[in-house]
Design a protein around this ligand. Structure first.
Ligand code: NDP
Ligand code: 8X3
Length: 257
C-alpha cells in the first residue's frame, strides 16, 4: 500500500523508536504530526524529517494528562482532519525494583504513560481515523508483555495491558477497516535504559554489555512495513528481538575488555 501523503501521528517522537519512525515515515512520503514532552528534541526530529522533503509538525504532548492530549488533538485538527497511521509509542520503564521495594512514583509514571496514555490518545484520535482506507493503529508493546522478569513487575504488567488493549480494540473496530497491531521489541539501544536507571549511564551501558542489540531503525522499518501492507492485511502482533537475545533471561554476551 502506498503511504505517500498519508498522515502519521507518532507519540514519543523525541527520541528512540519514535524519532526513528518519524524519519522512516518521512522517507516514505508521509506527512507527520509528532508529540512528546521535550520540545527541543522534537524540533530536531522535525527538522530531520523536513530534510527528506516531507511535511512535519510537532506539538507538546504529555500522554499522562488528559488535558495535554486534548490540547494536542485540537492542534492536530488545525493541521489535518484525518490520521491514517497512529503510532502509540510513548512510554518506558522507571526503575528495576522488586515489588517489595517499588516506589509509587515509578509505578504511577509507568501506568500513566504506557497504559492509560495509550488509551487516552487512541480515544482522542479515533474520530479522525478514516474507515475502509487502510488506516492503522500500531502500538509499541514489548517482550516484557510475554514474559515477566524480576524487577519488571509493573513494566511487564503495563505492557501486558498494552497487548490486551490492542486485542480489544481489534475486536471493537472489526468492520471499520481500521487495522490494529502490536510491535513487541526485545532489547534495543535507545534512551530506554537511561530513563529506567534515571541517567545512570554506567548501569544503562551494562544492559547492552557484549551484546549487539536492536537499534531504533529496526523498529522504524518494521512499523513502515506493517502500515504499508495491503488494506486487507492486518499484522496482529510481531515480536522482534536481537539475535543475541533468545529470551528475556537468555542473552549471549561476548567477552569485553
Ligand atoms: P526512549 O526513552 O528513547 O523514548 C521514549 C519516548 O517516549 C520519548 O520520546 C519520550 O519523550 C516519550 N515519552 C515518555 N513518557 C511520555 C509521556 N508521558 N508523554 C509523552 N511522551 C512520553 O525509549 P524507546 O524509544 O526505547 O521507547 C519507546 C517505546 O518502546 C516505549 O513504549 C518502551 O517501553 C518501548 N520498548 C522499548 C524497548 C527497548 O529496549 N528500548 C523494548 C521494548 C519496548 P519525552 O521524554 O520527550 O516526553
Ligand atoms: C523493554 C525490553 O526486556 O527491558 O521493553 O523489558 S525489557
Amino acid at each position: 500500500m502506498q503511504l505517500t501523503n498519508r498522515w502519521v501521528l507518532i507519540t514519543g517522537a523525541s527520541s528512540g523508536f519514535g524519532a526513528a519512525a518519524a524519519e522512516a515515515f518521512a522517507r516514505a512520503g508521509c506527512r507527520l504530526a509528532l508529540g512528546a514532552r521535550r520540545l527541543d528534541r522534537l524540533a530536531q526530529v522535525t527538522e530531520i524529517c523536513r530534510k527528506t522533503g516531507a511535511s512535519a509538525e510537532f506539538h507538546e504532548l504529555d500522554v499522562s494528562s488528559t488535558a495535554s492530549v486534548s490540547a494536542f488533538c485540537q492542534w492536530l485538527q488545525t493541521l489535518t482532519p484525518r490520521v491514517d497511521v497512529l503510532i502509540n509509542n510513548a512510554g518506558g520503564a522507571h526503575g528495576l525494583d522488586t515489588v517489595a521495594a517499588g516506589k509509587d512514583e515509578d509505578w504511577e509514571a509507568m501506568v500513566q504513560s504506557n497504559f492509560l496514555g495509550l488509551a487516552r490518545v487512541t480515544r482522542a484520535v479515533l474520530p479522525l481515523i478514516p474507515h475502509h482506507q487502510g488506516a492503522s493503529i500500531l502500538n509499541i508493546g514489548s517482550i516484557a508483555a510475554h514474559q515477566a522478569y524480576e524487577g519488571g513487575s509493573i513494566y511487564c504488567g503495563v505492557k501486558a495491558a498494552e497487548r490486551s488493549i490492542t486485542q480489544a480494540l481489534r475486536l471493537e473496530l472489526n468492520g471499520t477497516g481500521i487495522r490494529v497491531g502490536s510491535l513487541d521489541p526485545g532489547m534495543a539501544l535507545t534512551e530506554f535504559s537511561d530513563v529506567r536507571f534515571r541517567g545512570d549511564a554506567a548501569r544503562a551501558a551494562q544492559v547492552y554489555r557484549g551484546v549487539e542489540p536492536l537499534v531504533a531503525q529496526d523498529i522504524a522499518e518494521t512499523l513502515v512495513w506493517m502500515a504499508s501492507r495491503p488494506p486487507h492485511v492486518n499484522i496482529d502482533e510481531i515480536i522482534i528481538k536481537p539475535t543475541d537475545q533468545a529470551a528475556i533471561h537468555k542473552v549471549h554476551r561476548r567477552a569485553t575488555v
